[in-house]
Design a protein around this ligand. Structure first.
Ligand code: 5AD
Ligand code: SF4
Length: 357
């Protein structure tokens, strides 16, 4: 295959997606990322939008085999931020010009949780003109609808892997962890009117480059507006991470595929929002900058209050755990500037794809 010719094409076949994702030579990769960045400039500009991320609770009913806050991990101290703590943080996010907020937590489906979130959304709407993204896992249609009616308008729910077999291997085999339920949630969110985000983990055991190409085709088939994906990273207190250690080569591979996934997704889907995720930075100190250069346009600065940050570790070596939200603000601004991008303060930064349909 001829790289230059493929990069000039308007549409790509699955074989071409695989070819691009699998590029390993530095010069080829640099061409791929440059083309993705050009497309970002054409569709979005050199703009980066923030979602101030509040990880407000690590209590989770699920038991995903890869995740550090899974239900059965008894070595994690569980926490739940109070309404006041969340609203104070939301005020800080608003006053610091982050146009949007992202609320994330472990998964819970009880009424108390549903009402708590509904109330928080309504209170955040009173603070000012903030975009609201939720990342609160699988819920019933009615719960999603209640939160949408309360004022949330974007939802992130990663499919983790579009290959059902891999999905099953990452989760306990029970009704709580069902691939088709998860897929149905994405459909429900779309029908309710949310901007819908999904994503996958990259470098999972047994995952091939063809699987990754299928993940990108899945984004297209599901008409996804926002993508949040990143390399898989071990957590020592999980069934998948216990007693394991990655070699430098394995880590480098995951970062390379992670960045190639961002670039190829940008080239293939063009007008979606794509996040440069913290997991990229966990495996490569310059991971998030490289993500922006490969076509990402969204950053999610952590604003979780200091005393709880260390308790929200989905994987080991999570960056920014020791930092304050003020430090994260300055640090990220420097990172964005270093790649020649510009942070847009005070705007929601919705997915252009949502309006281009
Ligand atoms: N490595 C990378 N990403 C992870 N997530 C959870 N655990 C890990 C891990 N060990 C991601 C999942 C989940 C999101 C909230 O965090 O993709 O959807
Ligand atoms: Fe819970 Fe999400 Fe972790 Fe799964 S990935 S255990 S749902 S927090």
């Amino acid at each position: 295959m001829n790289l230059d010719a493929i990069l000039k094409k308007d549409d790509l076949t699955k074989e071409e997606l695989v070819y691009l994702l699998d590029l390993k030579n530095t010069e080829d990769i640099s061409k791929l990322h440059k083309r993705a960045y050009e497309i970002k400039l054409e569709t979005i500009g050199n703009k980066v939008y923030y979602r101030g991320l509040i990880e407000f609770s690590n209590i989770c009913v699920k038991n995903c085999n890869y995740c550090g806050i899974r239900r059965d991990n008894k070595s994690v101290e569980r926490f739940h931020m109070t309404k006041e703590e969340i609203l104070d943080t939301a005020k800080w996010i608003y006053e610091n010009g982050y146009g949007s907020i992202a609320l994330q937590s472990g998964e819970r489906q009880d009424d108390e949780f549903t009402e708590f979130v509904e109330d928080i959304i309504k209170e955040i709407k009173k603070i000012g003109n903030l975009g609201i993204t939720l990342s609160l896992g699988e819920q019933s249609y009615d719960t999603y609808k209640r939160w949408f009616d309360a004022g949330a308008h974007r939802y992130l729910l990663r499919i983790e892997s579009s290959n059902e077999e891999i999905y099953n291997s990452l989760h306990p085999k029970d009704k709580l962890h069902d691939f088709n339920t998860r897929k149905q949630c994405l459909i429900d969110l779309r029908n309710i009117g949310y901007q819908v985000g999904t994503g996958v983990m990259i470098g999972l055991p047994g995952q091939t480059v063809e699987d990754l190409a299928n993940d990108i085709l899945f984004y297209k088939e599901m008409d996804i507006d926002m993508i949040g994906m990143g390399p898989y990273a071990l957590h020592k207190d999980t069934p998948m991470g216990q007693g394991k250690e990655d070699s430098i080569e394995e880590i480098q591979d995951r970062v390379r595929y992670g960045l190639n996934m961002i670039a190829v997704t940008r080239i293939f889907l063009k007008d979606v929002n794509i996040a440069a995720t913290t997991a990229l930075q966990a495996l490569d100190p310059l991971g998030r900058e490289k993500g922006l250069k490969a076509g990402a346009n969204i950053l999610m600065p952590i604003t979780t209050i200091g005393k709880h940050r260390a308790k929200y570790q989905l994987y080991d070596n999570k960056p920014c755990v020791e930092d304050t939200k003020e430090e994260c603000k300055g640090c990220l601004a420097g990172r964005v500037k270093s790649v020649g991008d510009e942070i847009v303060y005070g705007e929601w930064g919705d997915s252009p794809h949502f309006y281009n349909k």
